[in-house]
Ligand binder design. Structure first.
Ligand SMILES: [Zn+2]
Length: 399
């Protein structure tokens, strides 16, 4: 194959050669590509743990992990990097330690933070990004970074005996916001009483662009009313109480076997993408469609989801620009830069507004202050409104 020679050419210790010896014999496999790759894994829950474990054992040279959760006892039934005694510790810290033990020849960095607070340079440094998260807001956030940095990302999820895997290649196929997920766990017609709550849950996500919070009474009421309408329509009495709904939406049922299968597919697609990106087609063409998996029949259903040219994130009419700004300049200069680039102000608005995504939603930038005072980082993603032709996405380059 010739690739084996390529592998031996790079500096790899005898111990490493021993460790990966069974992979060398795979047709077309390039340990060199794997070793030189950097993958960002967002979320180290059930799926994230499995994928991280696989990629570490395979020898992906650099893994970045980000997560903001704490280990709970109920995680131990399906999150393979954690064990009894870890309860109460941040998942990302424990995962980082365990992965370093699993493979001391790779670099693992863990970030105990939200996506909003993760340094944008980490998205940019990744070759592939993996989304192992279950909230709509984090998915939207992650999608916006993957699209602007043109990073391929692999996504997967599990619900009951079903799961899905899909890969997004920015500007080539549908981005993450165009991929329907309700199909995997939510059917159009409820077959069981509990499906009424699942259906209400996905309806909430679609309408509010949010994942419902079990502690928010407005969210609970929305789901309760929607679900009970279905209960009445399809005769699944008795009606749900708010307590019941709260309990159901707090955790979706999951099983480690299904998680492992979906995670293996995510990991393998990642390895294929890494080879493919480096011009090595031996492992096959990465999937570009959504694959739904049914563990009851053990079948996979590919569904092609075409890119939407009118998408609000990756569509043809979306304005994306790079703006350079000195650290001690006023943020007002960003507006001036946009005008200099030819963007025309929309007179329906008194003055343009710049925002960044923050933990609690959108945060307005104070134009009279410097980027430092506004806590803006290099490569910050800024949204400008108040110009003709819709919002403008800005990659900020701090000088
Ligand atoms: Zn899109």
């Amino acid at each position: 194959m010739g690739l084996k020679t390529e592998f031996i050419d790079i500096e790899i210790s005898e111990e490493e050669k021993d460790l990966y010896s069974r992979q060398f014999d795979l047709g077309g496999w390039s340990q060199k590509i794997i070793k030189n790759s950097r993958v960002l894994i967002v979320g180290v829950g059930g799926v994230g743990c499995e994928v991280a474990k696989n990629l570490a054992r395979i020898g992906v040279g650099y893994l970045d992990l980000v997560d903001l959760d704490i280990i709970e006892r109920s995680n131990l039934s399906r999150q393979v990097l954690y064990k009894p005694g870890d309860e109460g510790r941040p998942k990302v810290k424990v995962a980082t330690e365990r992965l370093k033990e699993i493979n001391p020849f790779i670099t693992v960095k863990g970030y105990y933070t939200s996506l909003e607070h993760l340094d944008p340079a980490i998205y940019k440094a990744a070759d592939v990004i993996i989304a192992a998260i279950d909230t709509r807001r984090s998915r939207l956030n992650l999608n916006s970074h993957c699209i602007r940095f043109k990073k391929p990302f692999v996504e997967g999820g599990v619900g009951g005996y079903h799961g899905y895997v899909c890969s997004v290649f920015p500007f080539e196929n549908a981005c993450s916001i165009e991929i329907p997920r309700e199909r995997i766990v939510r059917r159009r017609i409820p077959r069981k009483r509990i499906h009424c709550v699942f259906k209400a849950y996905s309806e909430f996500e679609k309408n509010k662009e949010l994942t419902p919070d079990p502690e928010n009474s407005e969210h609970i009421n929305f789901i309760l009313n929607y679900a009970n309408n279905l209960v009445s329509t399809y005769d699944f009495f008795p009606l749900f109480t708010d307590k019941e709904v709260k309990k159901i939406i707090s955790r979706s049922p999951q099983l480690i076997t299904v998680i492992t299968m979906i995670s293996a597919m995510i990991s393998h697609e990642t390895i294929k993408i890494l080879h493919w990106l480096n011009g090595n087609k031996s492992l096959g063409k990465p999937i570009t469609s959504q694959h739904l998996f049914n563990a009851i029949t053990m079948q996979l259903f590919p569904i092609e989801i075409k890119r939407n040219p009118n998408c609000s994130v990756c569509g043809d009419k979306v304005n994306r620009v790079n703006v350079k700004l000195k650290k001690n300049a006023h943020c007002e200069e960003i507006i001036q830069s946009l005008i200099n680039m030819g963007f025309e102000r929309d007179n329906h608005m008194k003055y343009p507004i710049l925002t960044i995504m923050d933990f609690d939603g959108m945060k307005k930038i104070n134009l009279d202050n410097t980027p430092i005072d506004n806590k803006l980082r290099n490569l910050e993603l800024i949204t400008a409104v108040g110009f003709k032709g819709g919002e403008i996405f800005i990659n900020l380059e701090l000088e």
